[in-house]
Design a protein around this ligand. Structure first.
Ligand code: PEP
Ligand code: MG
Length: 566
């Protein structure tokens, strides 16, 4: 049993992790171990291939099987799940990976060793890139396990379908594991590794399954042990009384069912309006978000349209793409378009600088325009064109702004085109300078994902640092409060568009600090809206004070929950 008090819940009878999808669940633990059986690997040995060509042919067959498996799962999934599975199917077939396997075979490795060496080489590259790319390391290791299983004639590892409703406990889950999960039988997810932006978290959010990640000691739990998982508090209780647990879960279900009917617009229980907006990536996600109870888009991540492009699209082509995002919101509200946030975890071939030592602190976001001003000018022209054609109110903001001069220059370029200009607050300097930034821009939008990473000096994707990359960290909240207060004094909107906005408890605290809009995945809007709708503005201020004054994220969440339960 687990006794590490640093990770156990306050009464010492449970575990604590990072909460990513709220809700309560109670059920037996289904502990997943995804290794391929060691005896079978040993039996297979070097595979007895006649030569390198024969071994490579076997590799190609296994790749085809694994990749089609991902493809089939993608076809029966939707949304984020389908996207990550399709990406895994492509990654399994990657030519670079195959070349690395062949090179290793040539140097005398047997096939399994060659596959392992190739995967490790790519894991190393992705990990060095950091950010979203580092997340691909989990996918690659999953691909390796599947390839090895296919090569040695075993079934591919994965999450077995539980024979009764269960809480799935695993080290970390790969897209293929999480995508096929049936929320009717998988009650909750608890992983030992993974952070708030891991695939486990993204897919759990889509499926609406309570989820706690980064839960130290989870793998040591006994199979079948009843667990009470609280995806809001980030706790896993081991000693819950079954009748009491069932009652709590039933009450929670009722509360969540009520959320589904929330129809907007966003406001506190005392009637203070809070704009709830959607984060979108392209035309299809914008079209679908326009059906949610939102008042517009608070973050259109334009770089996500160009991740696979080697050449910069023309102004006309960009305008066409942007118009597909703007048009669905013509009669709904405004759209905040973010200029290219290429670089670091989102390499865009035609924009990013190659070979940076430390890309997260390098030439990313607005900084790309310093030595390539035309790139920004052309994008702004395209946005202005799309705004004009669609007739949708369009605001434009820059990512990774650090100085007032940057804000001033950007703002001038945007206003020249008749659009509203803003900057993101992702670098602590932007928060500290918020009053001066607001003299030169029309609005600010706080990107809590990067603001947390840069405030805490912790890579946002580092699974071992999930306790630091938590927007409930009081230092991060201080910077948000400074920015929101500057907005209030200037009479200009200050929103939050990072993941923090999707956390219903934190959303109340953000509103209490003076934030005027919250932008999030469309799937999260109802729960945030419903929570705000039952919380008065005064309670929001109290929870803001409690969260700001807490020693750490866990204490902040506990204090806020207590205030809201009164
Ligand atoms: C953020 O940093 O919080 C943000 C919204 O930008 P992205 O997640 O795209 O870096
Ligand atoms: Mg960011």
């Amino acid at each position: 049993m687990v006794t590490d008090t640093s990770t156990s819940s306050p009464d010492g009878t449970g575990l604590r992790g990072t909460p990513v999808v709220g809700g309560l669940a109670y059920g037996p633990a289904l502990v997943i171990r995804t290794e391929v059986p060691a005896e079978a690997v040993e039996r297979f040995g070097d595979g007895g291939f006649a030569d390198e060509a024969e071994a490579l042919a076997a590799y190609d067959v296994a790749v085809e099987q694994v990749s089609s498996g991902f493809g089939a799962k993608a076809a029966s999934a939707s949304g984020a799940a389908a996207e990550v599975l399709t990406a895994s199917a492509g990654l399994a077939r990657d030519k670079g990976l195959r070349s690395a396997v062949r090179k290793s075979l040539r140097s005398g490795d047997d096939l399994l060793a060659a596959v392992h060496a190739a995967v490790e080489q790519f894991v190393g590259v992705f990990t060095t890139m950091g950010g979203l790319m580092a997340e691909r390391a989990t996918d690659l290791r999953d691909i390796e396990r599947r390839l090895v299983a296919r090569l040695i004639g075993e079934a591919e590892p994965g999450v077995p379908t539980p024979d009764r409703p269960s809480v799935v406990v695993a080290e970390d889950l790969a897209p293929a594991d999480t995508a096929g999960l049936d929320p009717a039988i998988v009650l909750a997810l608890v992983t030992e590794r993974g952070g708030p932006t891991s695939h486990t978290a993204i897919i759990a959010r889509q499926l609406g399954i309570p989820c706690v990640v980064g839960t130290a000691g989870a793998l040591e739990l006994d199979a079948g042990r009843p667990l009470l998982v609280d995806g809001t508090a980030g706790t896993v209780r081991l000693d819950a009384d079954p009748a009491e647990a069932e009652r709590l879960v039933a009450a929670d279900k009722e509360e969540r069912a009520a959320l589904a009917t929330w129809a907007g617009p966003g406001a506190t229980a005392s009637g203070e309006a809070v704009k709830l907006l959607a984060n979108v990536a392209d035309g299809p996600s914008a079209a679908s978000a326009s059906g949610a109870p939102v008042e517009g888009v608070g973050l259109f991540r334009t770089e996500l349209c160009f991740l696979n492009r080697t050449e910069e699209p023309s102004v006309e082509e960009q305008a066409d793409i942007y118009e597909t995002v703007l048009a669905p919101f013509k009669d709904v509200g405004y759209v905040v378009v973010r200029t290219l946030d290429a670089g670091s975890d989102k390499p865009v071939a035609f924009a990013t600088h190659e070979g940076e030592e430390n890309p997260a602190l390098g030439v990313r976001g607005l900084r790309l325009s310093f030595d390539n001003p035309g790139l920004l000018e052309r994008q702004l022209d395209a946005i202005a064109l799309a705004a004009e054609r669609s007739g949708t109110e369009t605001w434009v903001m820059a990512p990774m702004v650090a100085t007032v001069a940057e804000a001033r220059d950007f703002s001038a370029a945007v206003r020249e085109r008749g659009l509203k200009a803003g900057v993101m607050v992702e670098v602590p300097s932007a928060a500290l300078l918020a009053p001066r930034m607001l003299e030169v821009v029309d609005f600010m939008s706080i990107g809590t994902n990067d603001l947390t990473q840069y405030t805490m000096a912790a890579d946002r994707m580092a699974t071992d640092l999930a306790h630091l990359t938590d927007p409930w960290q009081p230092a991060v909240l201080q910077l948000i409060a400074i920015t929101a207060e500057a907005g209030r004094l200037a009479g200009k909107p200050v929103g939050v568009c990072g993941e923090a906005a999707a956390d219903p408890l934190l959303a109340c605290a953000l509103v209490g600090m003076g934030v005027t809009s919250l932008s999030m995945a469309a799937a999260a809007v109802r729960q945030v809206g419903a929570r705000l709708g039952t919380t008065t503005s005064e309670q929001c201020e109290d929870v803001a004070e409690a969260a700001l004054g807490a020693d750490d994220p866990a204490a902040g969440r506990a204090a806020v929950l207590e205030i809201l339960a009164r």
